[in-house]
Design a binder for this molecule. Structure first.
Ligand code: ADP
Ligand code: MG
Ligand code: ZN
Length: 469
């Protein structure tokens, strides 16, 4: 019998606020353990939380980017459970009146609905070392949004693509830095399987805290196969929480799954409900960047870029912003796209950074020089990487590297004669009818004429030189 997987995701994203959600401790990652803590985030009795306005703004921004309805009256609830990383023995979360409802994203023509987005606090971290476990509360109280989907996802690939899209929106909106390896974005995957053609969902298991795209795919695939195996052997899938083991690629049972009532949720009496007005929402909407899927349509429909090229430029916000600034400056979109995806992304990779330190105006002018053949395509690359690594302007880059093509007929003739004289064997092969060796000779000339002649001229002159031999 065939089975259809049913998947719903809970995506936890840490918000990029300077301070925590209910106190004024800093949120920075990688600081000395327990250096960003106070009575509030350590959960001391009697300490009172104060809501961080910026966290609410970022959560609302996420809701707007993902098409949610923003709840006008939102409240916070206590989710009670004990674990050493949660000193209060409750997490401040939202169950009954979350900030955002509904919304969703289209993935390859299928609309994946969101159930809700709510704002909550992160817990601390348990760091296990050889014989001890160390508690680090720097993360306790860092604002999180939890983005919960409806069980609309049908494959591991779709799940990965969905998380990528969510991540991209959050990064574009300066809402979350999206660094999965640092735990800024973590995914719980709920998975069940049902017989093909059925519309009754099976019992699900929930795999907690998956922290890379590769593991999302593998964990889901393993879990689908495991559940099918259970059903094929006439067993029953039990509702439980599982963890994914990266080393073995398998999931293991942690505990039977709790229901909402197990947490004894109740309204937190320390935090008042929050009323969000139309004006508040309009002000937040005003500050939102153009979302990536809208930019995608602009790139493909108005600029004629291929979907693949548009995706490459959109994969990071700084490359998309750089590209947009150039086009706004009058750059030809196709030429700009080629340069960004080629030489500039190469420079970015080489530098290991995440910026393109070249002015839009200089970049545009460089493209124009290349279009007019005033510099060669090779010269354009040289100019771009020189500007990139030396933070130089275009004039300097062109001068220092001597890039302006001044077609010096004398020089071209001399170089061609030298190249031909240096490789008599190859020349004779060519003369014997081996056309393929031409590219070697051509390459030698290009190298030695470094931007002093256009490729078309070299091609013509070299052929002429060979025919005269
Ligand atoms: P909880 O808060 O207890 O984890 P929810 O009912 O809010 O439970 O659902 C959490 C996630 O589980 C949601 O993403 C939802 O889409 C998903 N889900 C619910 N039922 C199923 C199912 N039968 N199979 C797969 N996923 C499911
Ligand atoms: Mg859950
Ligand atoms: Zn604090």
């Amino acid at each position: 019998m065939g089975y259809m997987p049913v998947i719903g995701l809970e995506i936890h994203a840490e918000l990029m606020t300077r301070t925590k959600v209910f106190c004024s401790c800093e949120t920075g990652f990688g600081s000395e353990r327990n250096s960003h803590v106070c009575p509030v985030c350590l959960g001391m009795p009697g300490a009172l939380p104060v809501l961080n306005q910026k966290a609410v703004e970022l959560a609302v921004s996420a809701g707007l980017l993902l098409g949610c309805e923003i709840t006008r009256t939102t409240r916070w609830d206590r989710k009670n459970y004990f674990y050493p990383d949660l000193t209060k023995a409750y997490q401040i979360s939202q169950l009954y009146a979350p900030l955002c409802l509904g919304g969703g994203l289209e993935i390859n023509g299928r609309f994946i609905r969101l159930n809700r987005i709510h704002l909550e606090e992160d817990a601390g971290k348990l760091v296990h070392e050889r014989n001890v476990s160390i508690l680090d509360y720097n993360r306790a109280g860092v604002p999180l949004i939890e983005i919960v989907t409806e069980p609309d996802i049908r494959s591991s690939d779709e799940a990965v693509e969905f998380v990528e899209r969510i991540r991209r929106n959050l990064v574009y909106g300066d809402i979350c830095d999206g660094k999965m390896e640092q735990g800024s974005l973590r995914v719980d995957a709920n998975i069940s399987v049902m017989p093909e053609g059925s519309d009754v969902y099976g019992t699900r298991s929930e795999i907690k805290n998956i922290n890379s795209f590769r593991f999302i795919k593998r964990a889901i695939e393993f879990e689908i196969e495991r559940q099918i195996g259970v059903l094929e052997n006439k067993g029953r899938v039990i509702q439980e929480t599982r963890r994914y083991d990266e080393a073995s690629g398998e999931t293991f049972s942690m505990r039977s799954k709790e229901d909402a009532h197990d947490y004894r949720y109740f309204p937190d009496p320390d935090i008042l409900p929050l009323f969000i007005s139309d004006e508040d929402i309009a002000a937040i909407r005003e500050k939102l960047p153009e979302p990536p899927h809208i930019r995608f349509l602009r790139y493909t429909d108005s600029y004629g870029l291929s979907a693949k090229d548009a995706e490459t430029i959109l994969s990071e916000r700084f490359t998309a912003d750089f590209f947009d600034a150039a086009v706004k400056n009058g750059a030809d979109p196709k030429a700009a796209s080629n340069a960004v995806r080629g030489e500039l992304l190469r420079c970015v990779r080489e530098s290991g950074g995440n910026e393109i330190p070249i002015g839009a105006e200089d970049f545009t002018k460089a493209l124009v020089l290349a279009a007019k053949n005033a510099i060669t395509q090779e010269g354009l690359k040289t100019a771009l990487s020189y500007m990139f690594f030396n933070r130089a302007d275009l004039d300097t880059a062109v001068k220092v590297n001597n890039l302006l093509v001044s077609e010096d007929a004398g020089l071209i003739g001399t170089v061609i004669s030298e190249v031909l004289a240096a490789s008599p064997d190859i020349v004779s092969k060519y003369k014997d009818g081996n056309q393929r060796v031409f590219s070697y000779l051509f390459g030698q000339c290009v190298k030695r004429l470094k931007g002093k002649a256009l490729p078309a001229t070299i091609d013509a002159e070299l052929k002429k030189g060979l025919s005269e031999l």
